[in-house]
Design a protein around this ligand. Structure first.
Ligand code: ASP
Ligand code: MG
Length: 456
């Protein structure tokens, strides 16, 4: 428990684990506030390297795979050296690296089991970093305990994008994790983001960037008072600062605003992460472990002010799918059939418009790789696919009840062609679909007009 008896779950991303310096900075944060549970990502870039190694191994390129294993080994031993890690920790690293190598061999030998083996491989990065970070906390004077997240994050067997089974997670957490957190003299628990396991004990992962989600699931299961996401920037901004230097930090966000931001492209928040936080209304803090004084963003249920426009986001690589059918005329059930296809293929549709005989929806480009899905949609009507769009969203409050906002937006967009607009369903967003390459300019103009307050 923290000094003021709050139960804090803190997640540190890859940049907060990048090397011994980054780990020491993160450890100072944990020690300063006394987090109960610390959830870590793999060290910076390691998951990408692991995936690359798996690709080489699967295709019989052993020397290339070995070279990457060596890089990962060197990186982790270097951190171990700098931290002055014990032999026990070094042995545990060695064990994991040997497991990594033997899984790579399995991948080459059993290509039919690639998905399953890959998930066991992908989680190695988090298992390595969490060993090192447990040791780092010890060096900062905290008695700490390494905890296997897979022992409580029960999931289905949809490898590489597994879904948690929440009831089971709660039961397992009550059994294995809660007693540790509530002990009379609790240790700081260090565990892994991203990984889980099925009821049969087979390793799974929650999808790229899934460590935030893991932390949120654990905070939910423990009924934590605070969930912290420590990253390399000081919270959420009014837009991506790489697009415009005028982007400003946002100090407070409501859950709804944050959910819209995550869905419409703010990379800093993992879209699924907010779901368990919203269920138990757990306050979420997003801050920078590199520069904690910079301050961050709090996400709550109720925030002090609800500005009309809070942020402008961009979601890239969008396709527009239009299904046209005369059958839709004066009938019902058509949209049900369309969404059943998306549901069966677990594809999320971000915005949608309908007319009497057609429905148009945006989806991520990658979903077009699902040929079965496209075939099933084609059975429902004439399917027209347009690629290469970007979805730009204005996120805020009371957007659908405010006169004049659309006029301002279209004035700002001026010559940028808008292929589709989506407004009305949510009071929190107004989306426009623009050609690829025009999205950033649209963001800059909307940000200038609606947030920097340029007069028209
Ligand atoms: N290490 C995993 C990834 O890079 C999970 C995470 O960092 O959130 O996707
Ligand atoms: Mg992340």
């Amino acid at each position: 428990m923290s000094k003021d008896n709050r139960l804090i779950v803190s997640k540190f991303g890859g940049s907060s684990m990048a090397d011994a310096t980054a780990m020491n900075r993160s450890a100072a944060i944990v020690a300063g506030q006394k987090s109960s549970v610390v959830v870590v990502s793999a060290t910076y870039g390691t998951t990408n390297q692991i995936i690359e190694a798996a690709g080489h191994a699967e295709n019989g390129r052993k020397p290339e795979a070995d070279a990457i294993v060596k890089q990962i080994r060197d990186k982790h031993y270097e951190i171990a050296d700098e931290l002055g890690a014990s032999d026990a920790v070094r042995d545990s690293l060695e064990e994991l690296l040997m497991e990594f190598e033997s899984l790579l061999t399995d991948l080459q030998n059993f290509p039919d089991q690639s998905l399953r083996i890959r998930d066991a491989i992908y989680g190695i990065g988090e298992r390595l970093s969490s060993r090192l970070f447990t040791e780092c906390l010890e060096k900062h004077g905290l008695s700490s305990r390494y905890f296997d997240a897979a022992s409580i994050i029960r999931t289905d067997d949809r490898y590489s994008r597994a879904t948690p089974v929440f009831d089971e997670v709660e039961r397992l957490s009550n059994e294995h994790l809660k007693p540790l957190v509530e002990a009379a003299t609790p240790e700081t628990i260090v565990t892994q983001g991203f990984i889980g396991s099925t009821a049969l004990g087979i390793r799974t992962t929650l999808g790229r960037g899934g460590s935030d989600y893991s932390a949120a699931i654990m905070a939910w299961a423990l009924q934590a008072d605070v969930l912290e996401i420590w990253t390399d920037v000081g919270g959420v901004a009014t837009t991506d600062p790489r697009i415009t230097p005028e982007a400003r930090p946002i100090r407070e966000l409501s859950f709804q605003e944050a959910a819209e931001l995550a869905t419409f492209g703010a990379k800093i928040l993992h879209p699924s992460m907010l779901i368990p936080a919203i269920w138990r209304e757990t306050p979420v803090y997003v801050g920078s472990s590199i520069n904690p004084e910079e301050g961050g963003t709090w996400i709550y249920r109720d925030v002090g002010e609800a500005p009309l426009v809070r942020a402008v986001t961009i979601r890239r690589k969008q396709s527009l799918l239009t299904i046209t059918t005369p059958d839709m005329l004066n009938t019902y059930g058509f949209l049900h059939k369309v969404f059943k296809v998306f549901n069966d293929h677990r594809v999320s549709v971000d915005s949608i418009t309908t007319s009497e005989i057609s429905v148009a929806m945006t989806v991520d480009d990658v979903t077009l790789e699902d040929h079965d899905m496209l075939r099933e949609l084609e059975e429902l009507g004439r399917l027209h696919i347009e690629k290469s769009y970007e979805l730009v969203a204005v996120i805020g409050n009371n957007i659908n009840h405010t006169a004049g906002l659309a006029r301002k937006m279209f004035k700002a967009l001026a010559d940028i062609n808008v292929r589709m607009i989506c407004q009305g369903a949510s009071k929190h967003n107004f989306c426009v679909l623009v050609d690829e390459g025009r999205g950033e300019e649209a963001v800059r103009r909307l940000h200038a007009k609606l947030i920097e307050g340029d007069v028209d």
